[in-house]
Design a protein around this ligand. Structure first.
Ligand code: FUC
Length: 799
């Protein structure tokens, strides 16, 4: 019997479960007349009327290496602190020495269709020891307690994306207090400034706490020191020492150190400088000295005025952040507290939230990934737990790559560096895994890695027996080259790409039916096929990734004029890879066999075989119309539900299918409000009050993936063309974007009105020739590096 539910209840339930939302109304902006196109002046703020009580309400700041979640309490402020090299464990060797011997048998079972038996053999003989990798861990909390600040008025806290400063202000009694917090990439400290509108009113107690094995002491009368050791995990002993220090500098009043506290009374203002470091030097060297490091960060700053630190921080942040501006219109809703805005967005009443979310993704990348730091992990930089979900490490069967989708296209190429460096660092352990587990040359990395750059298959065959993770990461090396045309970089990373390809030259095997070359064993990430396991041979995604890797190596060898013999070999092998196939529902097959309709999880969150559509360019409307239609069919079969990152991937995919309204629908799903921290997996995605993406739980890939998706709706450049407004939704009739990057070395500005291109400017950064497309019009341009061309709606130069 059908149960009737009220419309309100339906909306509540469906928003929660990620089921169908009533979107027709959402596509029409009701208050059209009140939409102002001039949102460039709308401040990019997340702001709230109450302090955060839960972690997903707190606001993230970071300098790539040091991160803090700022809660903004009045009687008690909590800064939850992270340092990006504080993981559990130490250098270790998880490779399974039994794997090589089991490999031929696993292959035989797979080719005989005995998938379950193959799966069991792999589970028993071929997985890593330990079966898990090392978790990312928190440093601890810095607490500030303010006696008497329980009853306050005029409270407000905010995060300004344009300055990268978190602010808290309120009135207690008749005094106005304000607090600013930022993580300076230049000074390598977190800075807290406390001020009041009257002298002598700043009184507070500073303490550290931590879930780590650590000792907390005071030093002199103004410094707290936390000395700790990282923990053991899954049998791997901790090998890192770490230290955090907070130095309290008060002006006026009295400062004393007492019983692991720094107590400030009746100061006029105060500054707290927080430094942290570990003994991590590299994935194989833990001999650093965190004490001398944190001491030197702090001593370098002695005497430096707050205003100078603040100004330098803002300048450095804006150098990157301000390269792109986006304007999708603004309504009154943009003035609401941020936690009330997603509901308005779903109603179509707050187009500016898409701008804010787009820029938040850029803010988060700048804050969690800067040259020299660790790459953004599953939670970017921000984690309060000793046992975070999926260890908050690097899942490279989608999540880590997604983190970096916006890097080049939104003009944050420098922020890509930590990932690109990580790829080169994987080679050493990856070569060991290749030799020990496969008897192969080159290097391999399976579906995860961690601080220690481990590469062996973990978790279990369903998730981990996927040899193509390192290969996918290598496409980012090429991607960086495509956007920058930096040949020196290409020459430096070519051996890394070559090593990844070499592994497959050695390990691809001929499948018996068509004699295609395939990976075996492998999986189509985490998706079970009708054989009741994921283990198979030659899943479509593997073939697509290898197609890219081989092609990119080939092209790199041509550009660098080296290694022609190897390049030729790759071209020959590439021609023998299993091709993409169209199945009986007209879908792009996920596997070698036409299994899609019988797979137990038809709406599985991974859409791995659509890698060919996005991020790759193997499937396009113009070059491969049949595959394009098949990919669309596959995406329709998967449906519009998904975890946070899955929804974000689908925004990008619909943008590549040139369907802006469908991409927008997925963006609405991604921006559905999810409240509460302990909501477990419900398959739905959405955002928390601080606009962190909800897998759930929080996972940052969905934030980055949405920023990339919004970009792909406005500009694409994967077909040797700069394609303007390829998937503009009806919801954004008028707007502009400035400073996006296109492949080939270009920067692009676009203005549109009433759903049509108004004008565009193409600037060459390093590029020269390019083609520009708008709908069916195409124009060829020749530019000098540094030159620019302005074009009107007909792609002609305006007179
Ligand atoms: C992959 C996904 C999960 C999650 C995890 C971190 O395994 O399938 O949904 O995102 O990575």
């Amino acid at each position: 019997m059908k149960r009737k539910i009220s419309r309100r209840k339906f909306l509540r339930q469906s928003a929660f479960a990620g089921a169908a939302l009533p979107l027709a109304s959402a596509l029409e902006l009701k208050a059209k007349s009140s939409v102002s196109a001039n949102s460039s002046r709308q401040p990019l703020l997340l702001w709230y009327e109450k302090p955060a009580t839960q972690w997903v309400e707190a606001l993230p700041i970071g300098n790539g290496r040091l991160g803090a979640m700022v809660f903004g309490g009045t009687a008690s402020e909590r800064l939850q602190l992270n340092e990006d090299t504080l993981y559990a464990g130490g250098p270790y060797d998880p490779n399974n020495r039994e794997a090589l011997q089991a490999l031929p048998e696993a292959r035989r079972l797979i080719f005989e269709g005995k998938y379950k038996q193959a799966n069991d053999l792999i589970g028993e003989k071929m997985m890593a020891h330990p079966i898990k990798q090392m978790p990312y861990e928190p440093v601890g909390d810095l607490r500030l307690t303010f006696p008497g600040h329980n009853d306050v008025s005029n409270y407000r806290r905010e995060l300004n994306l344009d300055t990268a400063i978190a602010k808290v202000s309120y009135q207690a009694g008749d005094v106005s207090f304000s607090r600013e917090v930022f993580a300076s990439p230049l000074d390598q400290v977190i800075v807290v400034s406390l001020t009041a509108d009257r002298p002598g009113e700043i009184s507070f107690v500073t303490t550290f706490s931590t879930p780590q094995k650590a000792a907390i002491d005071t030093e002199t009368n103004d410094t707290l020191a936390l000395r700790g050791e990282n923990s053991e995990a899954f049998g791997i002993k901790g090998a890192l020492k770490f230290q955090a220090r907070a130095r309290v500098i008060a002006s006026g009043g009295r400062t004393v150190a007492e019983n692991r506290k720094i107590i400030v009374s009746n100061a006029n203002s105060a500054l707290i400088l927080i430094a942290a470091a570990t003994s991590y030097k590299s994935y194989k060297d833990v001999s650093g000295d965190p004490e001398s490091q944190v001491k030197s960060y702090l001593s370098r700053l002695s005497g430096k005025p707050f205003a100078a630190m603040r100004a330098a921080h803002v300048r450095e942040h804006q150098r990157l952040f301000r390269r792109v501006t986006l304007n999708l219109g603004t309504t009154e809703a943009a003035n609401l507290p941020t936690d009330q805005r997603p509901a308005q967005f779903l109603k179509g009443a707050d187009p500016h939230l898409a701008t804010l979310y787009f820029q938040y993704g850029r803010y988060l990348l700048v804050s969690s990934s800067r040259p020299g730091t660790q790459p953004a992990n599953l939670q970017g930089l921000w984690n309060e737990s000793m046992t975070p979900p999926w260890e908050s490490k690097y899942t490279i069967n989608i999540n880590t790559e997604m983190n970096y989708w916006p890097a080049e296209m939104t003009n944050l190429s420098e922020c890509h560096e930590p990932l690109l460096r990580m790829v080169t660092e994987l080679v050493e352990n990856g070569s060991r895994t290749a030799t020990i587990q496969y008897g192969a040359s080159g290097w391999v990395c399976h579906h995860n890695t961690d601080l220690w750059r481990q590469t062996a298959p973990i978790d279990g065959p369903l998730w981990g027996f996927w040899p193509t993770g390192g290969a996918w990461l290598c496409t980012h090396l090429w991607n960086h080259y495509e956007f920058t045309r930096d040949e020196k970089f290409l020459a430096r990373v070519y051996p890394v790409m070559k090593g990844a390809a070499q592994f497959f030259v050695d390990t691809l095997v001929e499948e018996p039916r068509h004699k295609w070359l395939v990976t075996c064993p492998s999986i189509s990430p985490e998706n079970i096929h009708p054989g009741d396991v994921a283990i198979c041979a030659g899943p479509t995604m593997d073939m697509q990734i290898l197609h890219d890797l081989f092609q990119q190596c080939f092209q790199a060898a041509q550009i660098l004029r080296i290694d022609q013999e190897f390049a030729l070999k790759l071209a020959q092998i590439r021609a023998r890879l299993a091709p993409m196939q169209i199945g009986r529902a007209g879908q792009l097959q996920e596997w070698l066999e036409d299994w899609d309709l019988e797979a137990p999880e038809r709406q599985h969150r991974h859409v791995s075989h659509l890698y060919g559509l996005f991020p790759s360019n193997q499937i396009t409307k113009h070059d491969t119309p049949y595959l394009f239609a098949a990919a669309k069919k596959s995406l329709e079969l998967r449906g519009d539900v998904g975890t946070g990152w899955s929804l974000a991937w689908k925004i990008n995919l619909w943008a590549r299918l040139l369907d802006g309204d469908h991409a927008y629908l997925l963006l609405q799903r991604a921006l559905t409000p999810v409240y509460g921290h302990d909501i477990k997996f419900h398959g739905g995605g959405g955002v928390y009050p601080n606009l962190f993406d909800a897998h759930p739980p929080f996972q940052i890939d969905g934030n980055f993936g949405a920023t990339s998706g919004i970009t792909e709706m406005l500009l694409q450049s994967h077909m040797h063309e700069i394609h303007l407004l390829p998937a503009l939704p009806k919801a954004w009739p008028t707007g502009s974007v400035n400073g996006l990057r296109a492949r080939g070395g270009f920067e692009v500005d676009i203005d549109w009105t009433q759903g049509k291109l108004a004008q565009t400017t193409i600037r060459s950064v390093t590029g020269s020739d390019c083609k520009v497309r708008y709908a069916e019009q195409v124009i060829a341009l020749e530019l000098k590096p540094g030159g620019a061309v302005k074009l009107n709606e007909k792609l002609q130069r305006p007179r």
